[in-house]
Design a protein around this ligand. Structure first.
Ligand code: BGC
Length: 734
């Protein structure tokens, strides 16, 4: 009897100890296991409730992990120009931390204007390091929606009007963010090309325009950049919201492009459980709860992918398989980032980040016009420089919506100019005052616009030269999320002011800080115009360096400037094409977006896509190809030289366009297929060799849903801008 008891106690002890050992044994959550094994293992250990809890937000910017298994929460943050300040758990407003002031990098329009993929790599790495230091799992950026209309309030956050340019820039950005163990979240997928009615507008577009213009940058970010997450957009496409859109998310993104990351909703972009479950959404963020996007009273547990989903799973309305797919993707993202054994530690507001921000700013500034060598302005040349305009002193990192930043520092244009030229040579006059800032920034003045204008005119009269620093300002309706601009015109009476200034001093240069094209009624009267974007922390230093000639400008426009709004494609077909009839919007210009429209319709833009001057000049040598005839799967080896024929060192971004001479479908007159930026000393010449895969010259054939290259003659155009073509060479495709 006693013996039996001893035996059973020993068996129980043995069982308990093996159970204990099993529990202690490293599971496949072990970082040394392949990620897919770790996912499989984690899934097998999770309860249904734990899985569902991972599919929706738990706070403004975070979602749950599985604390019981040591799987951390997912922390997202905007993006895409710097790491947004910490906010309260359930509010948009800042939590008042004192250690979260970041470096502001230039807006993505400026990055695109650099036409330099190395800049995108440096940008991604620096912002990735900042995100990592701040312990973020996901950086909500970059944005790659195509610039369709100059009125779009968020154009400044995107990379311009050309699918090739934005594709080449997004890939290194994504890769270098992610090398820091932080997931990039490419946004807003897709067709979020305006802010007007962004939550509901239903985009109607041909398959061809979708694939040729609006999807390539996303595709490149996924297939080449290997983005770990993507954000669905607010708008609808063919009657379904893009955060749960079967065609976009299931078919194109996950099936065709083999995306293995997480589809994250835009904040408040989810509208129903059935579609969220079935149509490819993985993580629901920002649905109306107290203090969130729209007022409402739903707690996080009532999100579409929370309790309603759990109940549906329990009653077998929804399949476990789809849930496991969503959770696998979220786990994969966590294992790639916060639970990666090789995650670096990051850096925050380091001198290297300032340097990176400044260099990108300097490379992105575009000199639009420069008569009689008005710029550069060497230090010491003039005794009195009048700086006029509100943007010379305004913070341009604050505002714009979700990309608004709390920064460690920001050098304003005026500060940069004073530092460069000396306070004794600068006189500042505000000239105009903008409307009340919705972002708490007040530039108070006791004077109205007339008095400010009179004072500015006085300052201009007595100065050797005048630098007008104006533009838009990231306030609502002036380059900001949630609303489009109302007109192409400069706001706050700036045109009137410029005209008044010109009457007293013709030595006037315009420096525009904006992320969008503006009309320029005074364009023929000013000698110099410089497009300075929103340049971030180092704005003033970068502007002053270009002004003084220490840096030779080399940026090129990533989008066309129309002379008037009606000249651009989206605005040529009435309301239905922009902003839509309130419900639907038809992209009637189809594939003819930006320069594709201006070129093909023979409308002269104010400034063309790819345009940008330098303080030196470049000569393009004859372009040649390695042979005259090619097969569709071959590469054209294009060569030509560029020579710096001026007196100073400078960089030129040469652009290669192709033109399909004869086609069964409409093709744009030219399409960008390559670019190469080269730095040349005075008199230096370099040979440029570029491989052009002919398969990339295809158009998307809607009928057979395939990319097609038709045989025949193609002309390769080598240019300094889309309108300034310097060399041509034709080849045959067999
Ligand atoms: C924006 C996103 C942003 C998100 C979180 C949304 O309103 O559209 O781009 O990442 O808010 O701030």
């Amino acid at each position: 009897m006693k013996k039996n008891r001893i035996i059973s106690i020993s068996i129980i002890c043995l069982l308990l100890s093996t159970m204990y050992i099993k529990a202690q044994k490293p599971t496949n959550l072990d970082v040394n296991q392949p990620i897919e094994k770790r996912i499989e293992n984690a899934l097998s250990l999770m309860t249904l409730e734990e899985k569902v809890a991972m599919c929706h937000a738990q706070s403004k910017f975070s979602s749950r992990g599985v604390p019981r298994l040591g799987i951390p929460e997912v922390w997202t943050d905007d993006g895409p120009h710097g790491i947004r300040e910490e906010v309260f758990w359930d509010k948009w407003s800042g939590a008042g931390w004192t250690n979260d002031s970041c470096t502001a990098f230039p807006a993505l329009t400026c990055l695109a204007a650099s036409f330099n993929t190395q800049m995108a790599l440096n940008y991604g790495n620096a912002i990735g390091e900042e995100a990592r230091y701040r312990n973020k799992t996901v950086l909500l950026g970059p944005g790659v929606n195509i610039y369709r209309t100059p009125l779009n309030g968020r154009n400044f956050e995107y990379m311009g009007e050309d699918p090739y340019l934005s594709s080449r820039m997004v890939v290194p950005y994504v890769q270098s963010v992610q090398q820091n163990g932080v997931a990039a979240c490419v946004k807003h997928f897709a067709l979020n090309n305006q802010e007007d009615k962004r939550m509901s507008i239903n985009v109607k577009i041909s398959d061809r325009a979708l694939h040729e213009i609006y999807l390539p940058a996303f595709k490149a970010a996924v297939e080449e950049g290997k983005a770990w997450s993507i954000m669905g957009s607010y708008n609808q496409f063919r009657g379904e919201h893009c955060c749960h859109n079967d065609l976009l998310l299931n078919k194109i993104l996950k099936n065709d492009w083999k995306f293995d990351g997480v589809v994250i909703s835009d904040w408040g972009g989810v509208h129903n459980t059935d579609q969220s479950v079935a149509n490819g959404l993985d993580l629901e963020m920002g649905t109306s709860t107290n203090g969130l996007t729209t007022s409402g009273t739903l707690p996080y547990s009532e999100y579409y992918l929370a309790n309603p989903y759990l109940i549906g799973l329990k009653t077998e309305k929804y399949s476990q398989q789809i849930l496991n797919d969503k959770v696998s993707r979220i786990l994969r993202l966590i294992f790639r980032t916060t639970m990666s054994a090789n995650r670096p530690y990051g850096k925050f507001v380091s001198p290297e980040h300032s340097e990176t921000a400044r260099k990108i700013a300097e490379e992105g500034i575009v000199l639009l016009k420069n008569e009689k060598h008005f710029f550069p302005i060497p230090v010491g040349k003039y005794k009195k420089i009048a700086v006029i305009g509100e943007n010379a002193i305004r913070s341009l990192v604050i505002g714009g919506g979700s990309s608004s930043l709390k920064v460690a520092y920001e050098v304003s244009p005026l500060q940069g100019i004073i530092k460069k030229y000396g306070e004794e040579h600068i006189v500042y006059s505000q000239g105009y005052i903008s409307t009340k800032s919705e972002y708490g920034q007040e530039l108070v003045s006791d004077f109205n616009n007339d008095s400010l204008m009179n004072a500015a005119v006085e300052a201009a009269k007595n100065a050797d030269i005048v630098l007008f620093i104006g533009g838009l300002n990231k306030n609502h309706f002036q380059d900001a999320e949630g609303g489009d601009r109302k007109t192409l015109e400069l706001p706050f009476g700036q045109n009137k002011l410029i005209t008044a200034l010109l009457k007293v001093n013709k030595n006037l240069a315009i420096i525009l800080c904006s992320g969008n094209a503006v009309s320029m009624p005074w364009v023929n009267e000013v000698p110099t115009i410089m497009q300075s974007w929103y340049l971030g922390s180092e704005a003033g230093n970068a502007i002053a360096n270009v002004l003084s000639g220490e840096v030779n400008p080399s940026g090129k426009l990533p989008f066309s400037f129309p002379k008037k709004l009606e000249d651009s494609g989206a605005h040529s077909f009435g309301q239905i094409s922009y902003p839509g009839d309130g419900i639907d919007e038809e992209y009637k210009e189809d594939i003819l977006v930006g320069y594709r429209w201006f070129d093909t319709k023979k409308i002269a833009p104010l400034f063309a896509f790819g345009h940008g001057l330098s303080y030196t000049s470049f000569e393009y040598g004859k372009a040649t190809t390695d042979k005259p005839t090619y097969k569709k799967d071959e590469l054209v080896k294009l060569t030509f030289t560029i020579k710096n024929t001026g007196k100073v060192t400078g960089a030129e971004a040469a652009q290669i366009y192709i033109s399909d001479e004869k086609s069964t479908v409409i093709r744009p007159l030219k399409e960008l297929k390559a670019f190469s930026k080269v730095l040349l000393e005075s008199s230096e010449s370099k040979l440029i060799e570029i491989n052009l895969p002919i398969k990339d010259w295809a158009f998307f054939n809607d009928k057979i849903q395939k990319w097609v290259v038709e045989p025949g003659k193609f002309t390769i155009l080598v240019g300094s801008s889309s309108l300034d073509i310097r060399q041509k060479v034709s080849i045959e495709v067999d």
